[in-house]
Design a protein around this ligand. Structure first.
Ligand code: MG
Length: 376
């Protein structure tokens, strides 16, 4: 029996890597639905290659008869109406939030690459998971590592989890120089090839900040037990420490296809299609992160401590500020200033429903845009 997969965001980085995994494991998996935002040609060519009938183009009008579902509404309908075992949510940004809920609510496992789902609605998605009887399997490389390491352990044995960070484009740059870095500088990621927004988030460590919040929501540990460690080689994808002091790591090549494969085959493990890492002659370095140099990291801990609304503000303000940085309207160092101010300015504190999440997100974006205007 092949596992039936719905792949959301099939033309993005996660989507392309997922397609690679499925191409290599055609005996195990079958794609039953695909979504793309605007890249109609690529969506149609993948549909043809894998003989997929259920297609969504969510972000633009089109007249092609082969595409049955349109707009964000259509995307959610496709998830609910298609019979499948697992949904890979590779949609970027807060646009992926409702798809995660639709997946669990329609009784499908969720291979989750969309950080925003957990960052913006951690408690609500945990409740949806519980209610559905299905499983969230993280695809983000760090959370995938921790998730699979924790499978082997009693939660009572865990002392802390340690999320590794490459350090991004400005790893070796002194803090005082960050004020003058350009967009082009920020887009040079040393190890991973990813989308623009996440590459800038890696340079500011906002990506790691989001991952700290994500881990806090996913793994139900006190914030003080979630640590970050700079590891430039990106081969140790994260670690756990057990009570007696030992650490266990997941180590492999920096290749997104490995965590994706592990999510798709879960609870089993597949074979090593994407290369084995030979540790001989490899040096692995680690150092503590500099919280003063990377205010986005300290702000993430602050937001997680304050609660869900502050996490929403953190994510929204960062998205808006990164967008402004990409348009060259603000400096790199303004990203954290705007995020900090937005967290403080958001007065909404109660998040009980998805509508509350959306409202806090909307308000935070308005606040952040106002601060950007004042800076200009
Ligand atoms: Mg990651």
């Amino acid at each position: 029996m092949k596992k039936k997969i719905i792949l959301l965001g099939c033309t993005g980085t996660i989507g392309k890597n997922t397609i690679d995994v499925i191409r290599a494991m055609r005996d195990c998996f079958e794609i039953v639905a695909l979504s793309a935002h605007t890249r109609e040609d690529l969506l149609l060519s993948l549909a043809k290659e894998f003989n997929v009938k259920n297609l969504t183009l969510s972000g633009k009008e089109n007249s092609n008869k082969e595409i049955a579902y349109h707009s964000h509404e259509g995307l959610l309908r496709m998830i609910r109406e298609t019979d499948a075992d697992i949904v890979v949510n590779g949609i970027a940004g807060s646009a992926g939030l409702l798809s995660s809920f639709a997946s669990l609510e329609s009784k499908k496992d969720l291979a989750l690459a969309n950080k925003e789902t957990v960052v913006m609605a951690g408690q609500l998605i945990a409740e949806a998971e519980k209610k559905s009887g299905k499983k969230i399997i993280p695809v983000d490389s760090e959370h995938s590592a921790i998730f699979h390491l924790l499978q082997k352990r009693d939660p009572k044995e865990i002392d802390e989890i340690i999320i590794t960070a490459s350090g991004g484009a400005f790893r070796d740059m002194p803090a005082e120089k960050l004020k003058n870095v350009t967009l082009e500088d920020a887009l040079k990621h040393p190890n991973w090839s990813m989308g623009k927004k996440i590459t800038i988030d890696s340079a500011s460590l906002a990506n790691k900040g989001l991952e700290v919040i994500e881990a806090y929501q996913l793994f139900a540990l006190p914030l003080a037990k979630i640590k970050v460690l700079i590891h430039p080689q990106s081969m140790v994808h994260s670690l756990i420490r057990t009570n007696e002091g030992s650490m266990y790591a997941q180590i492999s090549k920096p290749d997104m296809r490995i965590p994706i494969q592990n999510a798709l085959t879960y609870p089993a493990l597949g074979s090593s299609i994407f290369g084995r890492l030979d540790l001989a002659n490899i040096t692995l370095d680690f150092k503590a992160p500099d919280f003063d140099k990377y205010p986005m990291l300290s702000l993430a801990y602050k937001a997680a401590e304050h609660g869900q609304a502050s996490c929403i503000a953190y994510n929204a303000a960062n998205e808006v500020a990164v967008d402004a940085f990409m348009k060259k309207e603000i400096r790199f160092t303004d990203i954290s200033i705007i995020t900090d101010k937005t967290i403080s300015a958001l007065t909404q504190k109660i998040i009980n429903t998805i509508d509350d999440v959306m409202e806090a997100d909307r308000k935070s974006r308005t606040i952040a845009l106002q601060f950007i205007k004042e800076l200009k």
